[in-house]
Design a protein around this ligand. Structure first.
Ligand code: KIV
Length: 256
């Protein structure tokens, strides 16, 4: 196994020379500690925590307080992997608000912050990067826009959509993004963006041509059996193990 990323300044070297990076979400101390010790390159305290650990229907109900609470738990666990934290819905409407909230995540322990959007958010990105806070973009399917978009839709299917994605990626790259998540888009579009920008691309549901892959931890370990996206391969069945252990315990209690 290649040595894992030690800090964000190694991103461009890994983009040039490989191997591709591994990124997983983490929301709590034990998971973050296990993933860090296993050698995952980067950890993302994603606002997917709203669904995966808080039982919300989507990410739009996630607040700054929730992100700070979970970022601090992950920080306490991690010795090496850089930690990226999401700015939640409505937390970056102006450059001033984006910077103030980015600072709160950094104080809680984030090494970098992420927000969803492209060209329209360049002023926010410039404010964050200008303050010396490493920034990660997120384009393609944007979970925080699920209500406006009427569902989770794959992007880049038409030449116009592909061009818009490229322009968003170029704008974030130019504004100083260290990395950009490319979520749920046509693989050729993601590969093209990866070749044309300096920032590290982190794909999810975007094919195999990106510099890194990110997965929601619960999808990887089979800990959220009620829904798993089609592109995610579960490599464990933690839900079945929890149910089995609980049933065994119930039986043991009753047999006393
Ligand atoms: O919140 C999250 O987990 C994310 C990933 C899906 C990229 O943003």
């Amino acid at each position: 196994m290649h040595p894992p990323l030690a800090n964000l300044s190694q991103l461009s070297d890994r983009k040039r020379n490989g191997p591709p990076l591994s990124v997983l979400t983490a929301y709590d101390y034990p998971a973050a500690r296990l993933l860090d010790e296993a050698g995952v390159d980067l950890l993302l305290v994603g606002d997917s925590l709203g669904m995966m650990v808080l039982g919300l229907p989507d990410t739009t109900g996630v607040t700054m307080e929730m992100m700070i609470h979970h970022t601090a738990a992950v920080r306490r666990a991690v010795k090496r992997a850089p930690v990226i934290s999401d700015l939640p819905y409505h937390a970056y409407e102006t450059p001033e608000q984006a910077l103030a909230n980015a600072r709160r995540l950094v104080e809680a322990g984030a090494d970098a912050v992420k927000l969803e959007g492209g060209v329209d958010f360049v002023p926010q990105v410039r404010a964050i990067v200008g303050a010396g806070i490493p920034f990660v973009g997120h384009i393609g399917m944007l979970p925080q826009s699920v209500k406006e978009e009427g569902g989770y839709k794959k992007k880049g299917r038409t030449p116009e959509q592909a061009e818009k994605l490229l322009q968003d990626a170029l704008a974030l790259d130019e504004a100083g993004a260290a990395a950009i998540v490319l979520e749920s888009m046509v693989p050729d579009v993601a590969s093209d963006i990866t070749r044309r920008i300096r920032a590290t691309t982190i794909g999810i549901g975007a094919g195999s041509g990106t510099d890194a892959q990110v997965l929601v931890l619960h999808d990887l370990i089979g800990a959220f059996p009620w829904f798993r996206p089609p592109f995610a391969t579960a490599r464990a069945d933690v839900a079945a193990e929890i149910s089995r252990a609980a049933r065994e315990y119930i039986t043991a209690c009753q047999a006393r």
